[in-house]
Ligand binder design. Structure first.
Ligand code: URA
Length: 431
């Protein structure tokens, strides 16, 4: 391992055997965290070749079982986001398309860096568990058209370990490490179709649109090489998605979206992803037809009912949809006021994500436990008018010092100008 770290440090290409040695050794604990951290940092700084990326992805996917979903009727579809702030699209899009007959076999992760993770959010619901055996996962996709599993010792265990280490060693935002992390999970969980939400902007790991496009291309090509129909949608992450940030806060917003009361930016991204999932899953033959089906699923209550059945199947309390207060609450509320009158011209997603971490909603070290009751409500967002002194956000915490600190970060994450800023499209590109 020492020689491989030195080679990567010096910018020399690694052979397939060397990459597999690293991934397998770290997965089976023969390579310690400190050597893997040095390897990740060397790779982060030096970069990886396309060949190294594909080998790493396959080694990570094959580090555990590769699920065979061929027993499931229909074209199974999975979706994944490269990570954002306030990004709860999975929990809206998957029930919608599942209610329309697309079998959704979803493998999710926990929070990473300043971004939240779907499993951390779902675990706000009393009783919910994402630990499903492969048999239970397949059975549930067959019965309900939707199951969501976290990585276990069985599925892509290499990614589970590397992901947790990257989270605390400042090695998240590397194209290869993101692509291999996401695609290894997608390949291992066996879906025939994969829809990727590649975020771009201040709150994304890839901030420049050209880097996000390169990441999207890399993942689409890995997916297609592995025989999976793969599509990527590049979406805006310059400000948090929706108006709620924080684990249980985001579950509340998901429920509102499934009841038809979702905020426009969030619903626009959900619509684009759901359309691609319906097209990939062969349930719609045009975006227009898909849009009609999506509206019907939400308006008829079918999507909400699918969400309730999914929560119940995975041990959670479905009453959460009518009584979100069962997820517990915070004890301190700190409003943040606008400094001036005008329009919001920036609302930094990265800074809001950082404020949420300081509140205790994210992890600073690998073994941190998180507080799922804290969060941030965004009352004003990009382009919206404000008057001086008006509340633009509310920071909700359980510790007064942390809440104060988070509130000052939230305050600084807003900028204002006197005229309305230009409209920013949510959907940048579909590959
Ligand atoms: N999501 C993942 O699963 N992995 C990453 O590296 C980033 C986002």
């Amino acid at each position: 391992m020492y020689d491989i770290i030195a080679k990567k440090r010096d910018g020399l290409p690694l052979s397939g055997d060397e990459i597999r040695f690293v991934i397998n050794g770290y997965t089976n604990d023969s390579i310690p965290d400190y050597q893997m951290s040095a390897f990740l940092m060397a790779g982060y700084l030096r970069g990886f070749t396309d060949e190294e990326t594909v080998t790493m992805t396959m080694a990570m996917a094959e580090s555990g079982d590769m699920l065979d979903l061929s027993g499931i009727k229909g074209i199974t579809v999975d979706k994944h986001s490269t990570g954002g702030v306030g990004d709860k699209t999975t929990l809206i899009v998957c029930p919608v398309v599942a209610s329309l007959g697309v079998p959704v076999a979803k493998m999710s992760g926990r929070g990473l860096g300043h971004t939240g993770g779907t499993i951390d959010k779902l675990e706000s619901i009393p009783g919910f568990s994402a630990s499903l055996s492969p048999e239970a996962f397949i059975r549930q996709v067959n019965d309900l058209h939707f199951a969501l599993a976290g990585q276990t010792a069985v599925l892509a265990p290499a990614d589970r370990k590397i992901y947790a280490l990257r989270d605390v060693t400042a090695t998240v935002d590397s194209m290869t490490l993101i692509a291999s992390s996401i695609m290894s999970k997608k390949l291992a969980s066996g879906a025939a179709g994969i829809v990727l939400d590649v975020k771009t902007g201040d709150g994304a790991f890839m901030q420049k649109e050209e880097d996000s496009a390169a990441l999207a291309e890399e993942m689409v090509s890995i997916g297609n090489l592995a025989g999976r129909k793969t599509v990527a949608v590049i979406t805006d992450m310059n400000q948090p998605l929706g108006r709620m940030v924080g684990n249980s806060f985001e579950i509340r917003e998901v429920i509102e979206c499934l009841k038809g009361n979702g905020p426009a930016d969030l619903m626009e991204v959900c619509q684009a992803l759901a359309e691609q999932m319906l097209l990939t899953g062969g349930k719609a033959d045009s975006k227009e037809a898909a849009a009609v089906m999506i509206a019907d699923s939400i308006n008829s209550g079918k999507a909400l009912e699918t969400f309730r059945r999914f929560v119940t199947a995975q041990g959670g309390d479905p009453n959460v949809t009518d009584h979100p207060e069962i997820m517990g609450s915070y004890s301190i509320e700190k409003p943040v006021a606008a400094e001036t009158s005008g329009f919001v011209s920036e609302l930094s997603a990265r800074e809001i994500g950082r404020a949420e971490m300081i509140l205790g909603g994210g992890r600073l070290t690998k073994n941190d436990t998180i507080d799922r009751t804290v969060g941030i409500r965004l009352i004003r967002k990009y382009g919206e008018p404000v008057s001086a002194g008006e509340t633009v956000a509310v920071v909700c915490g359980n510790d007064s010092l942390r809440t104060e600190e988070a509130a000052s970060i939230v305050k600084a994450s807003y900028s204002y100008r006197s005229s309305c800023p230009p409209n920013r499209p949510m959907i940048k590109k579909i590959l």
